[in-house]
Write a protein that binds this ligand. Structure first.
Ligand code: ADP
Ligand code: MG
Length: 398
């Protein structure tokens, strides 16, 4: 993968794809984590004498929609970077945008409007990629959280310009690569969240590499039901039962412990004041939903993880947005934060839980990518990495 070491940014206009897909609230940035994560790359390029044209997506707009404008991000970035940021409101591929960035002097920064306002962005339209490429002399991909997307602003444009990985991209690939290629053992994976279908690929490909897996969250119920349990009204993917059974068998064949909840906190509604019961995970009463792992499971997961030297965690253990169903997720965060181990957390909701506890700096690596980190662990590479030349054997196993 080509990196910034190979780019002399002096007097160049550098087009940088960042991941500024941040949550907004009343027209302001609610969480600037992803903006902060881009600063090292931006500062490196600016110190080297470049001018910058930044582009990102935000949310899932259907066409041009002011609710998804990056204008609030320009404001937040200006504060964090400590220099003016010129927001360019026209469509990124338009003549107006090209004119707006043509006059940038060294040290100046422009942020383009949401690339997903462009109909060709998600289709990786080559015409659009060429229009982006005309905005800079070189391209830097630093949007790790989008690097699994075959979109025009990620991979298309990378093929049209001399292109390099930014510092965040490098850091993520190094941290996640360590899990894949030389994890200190025992290596455990903790998975939760809503859908098994999102995480099947990663379960299949990681099973042979890990020493054990613990599965909580709603996805556990698909496994529990597949194994013959009664899950009441819990969230289940009925079309994934066979697959879940196959994964359970695969774990047995490989002799890898795959821990499922033994007890769960159940309720009849997802509400803070709902009546709750702790019930066996395979005997959830009719009309009740398992909404968090129970106390015995919290203990069991924590003691399985206690001896681990490497842990990857993705996905909350319950409906963590609604207390008291956040207890299991907070317990896992707590257990991992206390470990003397290489700990990596990825995924929007699990990272939010870690931050809420103020534990981010007690993890070895907090990934800025949810889907991207899972896909990287599944396949060992990403479309964005391939577009930058792919990983050499030395990068894979340094
Ligand atoms: P991440 O963003 O960390 O990758 P996901 O997006 O896969 O995680 O899943 C997060 C969602 O899963 C949360 O909205 C959470 O409420 C939901 N969830 C977790 N456990 C349960 C459960 N037992 N029942 C219903 N929803 C659940
Ligand atoms: Mg999520």
């Amino acid at each position: 993968m080509r990196t910034l070491k190979e780019l002399d940014p002096h007097s160049k206009r550098v087009l940088v794809r960042v991941d500024y897909n941040v949550p907004l609230q009343e027209g302001r940035v609610r969480d600037d984590t992803r903006i902060r994560a881009s600063l090292p790359t931006l500062e490196r390029l600016l110190t080297g004498g470049a001018s910058l044209v930044l582009m990102s997506h935000l949310g899932r707009p259907k066409g041009v929609d002011p609710a998804f404008s990056l204008a609030p991000v320009a404001q937040a970035l200006e504060g964090l970077l400590g220099r003016p940021v010129r927001f360019v409101p026209s469509l990124p591929s338009s003549e107006a945008t090209r004119e707006a960035v043509a006059g940038l002097a060294a040290g100046e920064v422009a942020l383009l409007e949401n690339v997903r306002f462009e109909p060709g962005e998600k289709k990786n339209d080559p015409e659009l990629a060429r229009a982006y490429a005309r905005l800079g002399d070189a391209f830097v991909l630093d949007a790790f959280g989008s690097a699994h997307r075959e979109h025009a602003s990620v991979v298309g444009v990378a093929r049209e310009l001399p292109s390099y990985a930014g510092l965040l991209m490098e850091k993520e690939v190094k941290a996640l690569g360590r899990l894949l290629h030389h994890p200190e053992r025992p290596f455990w994976v903790v998975l939760g969240g809503a859908k098994v279908s999102d995480k099947i690929g990663v379960i299949e490909s990681l099973l042979p590499r890990v020493d054990g897996m613990a599965i909580g969250g709603a996805m556990a119920f698909t496994f529990l039901k597949a194994a013959g349990g009664r899950v009441g009204a819990s969230l289940v993917e009925d079309d994934k039962l066979e697959l879940a059974l196959r994964l359970l068998e695969r774990a047995r064949e490989l002799d890898k412990p795959l821990l499922l909840p033994s007890d769960v906190v159940a309720a009849r509604a997802i509400r803070e004041d709902a009546e709750t019961r702790v019930v066996p995970a395979d005997a959830v009463p009719e009309g009740w939903m398992g909404l968090d792992i129970g106390p015995a499971t919290r203990e069991a997961f924590a003691s399985a993880l206690a001896g681990a030297r490497t842990v990857f965690w993705n996905g909350p253990m319950g409906v963590f947005e609604t207390p008291p169903f956040d207890t299991g997720t907070l317990a896992v965060a707590e257990a991992l934060a206390a470990l003397e181990a290489y700990t990596v957390v990825g995924g929007g909701d699990s990272v939010a839980a870690v931050r809420r506890l103020g534990y981010a700096d007690r993890f070895s690596h907090v990934s800025t990518g949810g889907g991207a980190s899972l896909e990287f662990l599944e396949r060992g590479t990403l479309p964005g990495i391939e577009a930058l030349g792919g990983l050499s054997p030395e990068e894979v196993a340094p």
